[in-house]
Design a protein around this ligand. Structure first.
Ligand SMILES: NC(=O)c1ccc[n+]([C@@H]2O[C@H](COP(=O)([O-])OP(=O)(O)OC[C@H]3O[C@@H](n4cnc5c(N)ncnc54)[C@H](OP(=O)(O)O)[C@@H]3O)[C@@H](O)[C@H]2O)c1
Length: 271
């Protein structure tokens, strides 16, 4: 299977590194290209054993999957660059936020199968939750292959293209929302009298440990919480204080605002 990455920036790097490390395909079957930063391509080739090239005809020839990894506003130039060489075999995987399949198809001037994926930054540690949506002409075998590629840097959730906005909000922006909550937790913790550095270090380890508990347990988060909350104890006292605030509505507001912005940005990109 031949994979080509058009754009080898921040997110593409996390994706091809995950794929190489998972060994599901040979690094020699992965090809990178970008606009002009050959130094970056050479460094990735040296580090991972992948290939790089600026010969579009050779890159697209026999390529099974072509990752479209530029910023959305650079896609028109990319489409113009590759359009003459698109062959029947090529299937596209867009990581560009917001650009609809209909737009990508129109710019490429082809009806080749397209998948859109919405990874998140946790791809860097092999834990992206990636939303994926396939065009109707994507065959079942190819879908399985793409799922395998995505599972190489985390996990996949298949949704309709419309629902990628919700995935963008919940898991795409999700790490930033959680970081923000953790930041408040640290700030509040430092007001209790311990050294700031001690609190930061403790909470960092608290978050890592809690994530591992979630990962290793079959229990729901509700049950995990209940298991450590004794009636009349300290945890119960803290939770009682928290329950005075409508946290659910606060997060719903946060997520709906992110969904609305995603819809707004997508409609701007189409103009
Ligand atoms: N970063 C995230 O957390 C995240 C999450 C989800 C989705 N995304 C999506 O991922 C995409 C890339 O984001 P990023 O943060 O990885 O961007 P980035 O680091 O700026 O990388 C962009 C890449 O595109 C290349 N490029 C630009 N024009 C090109 C052209 N005409 N032909 C070939 N390559 C071209 C650039 O090459 P040069 O370096 O040579 O200019 C660079 O390698 C965006 O569309 C974004 O919506 C990102």
């Amino acid at each position: 299977m031949k994979l080509v990455f058009y754009g080898a920036g921040n997110m593409a790097h996390a994706i091809f590194t995950g794929i190489v490390n998972s060994k599901i395909i040979e690094s020699n079957d992965i090809y990178l290209t970008n606009r002009s930063n050959e130094v970056a391509l050479k460094a990735y080739a040296d580090e991972l054993g992948v290939n790089y090239s600026y010969d579009d005809e050779a890159l697209l020839k026999d390529a099974d999957y072509i990752f479209l990894g530029t910023k959305p506003y650079d896609f028109d130039a990319l489409a113009e660059r590759i359009q003459p060489y698109v062959s029947e075999k090529n299937k596209f995987i867009s990581i560009m936020a917001g650009l609809p399949m209909s737009y990508i198809r129109e710019q490429l001037g082809s009806d080749n199968p397209i998948a859109r994926i919405m990874p998140n930054t946790n791809a860097h540690v092999g834990h992206s939750v990636t939303g994926i949506s396939f065009s109707s002409n994507f065959g079942p075998k190819s879908k399985d292959e793409v799922d395998d590629l995505i599972n190489a840097f985390g996990s996949a959730i298949e949704v309709s293209e419309d629902h990628l906005h919700q995935v963008t909000a919940i898991t795409g922006s999700g790490p930033a929302f959680l970081y923000h909550v953790f930041e408040q937790y640290v700030t509040a913790g430092t007001r209790l009298g311990l050294e700031k550095s001690q609190v930061e270090e403790s909470i960092r380890n608290l978050i890592i440990g809690t994530s591992k508990m979630i990962e290793r347990s079959d229990l729901s988060m509700e049950q995990l919480r209940k298991n450590i909350t004794s009636k009349g104890g300290t945890t119960q006292a803290g939770l009682n204080a928290l329950s005075q605030y409508d946290l659910e509505s606060i997060f719903e507001d946060c997520l709906r605002s992110a969904v609305n912005r995603s819809v707004e940005l997508a409609s701007q990109d189409e103009d």
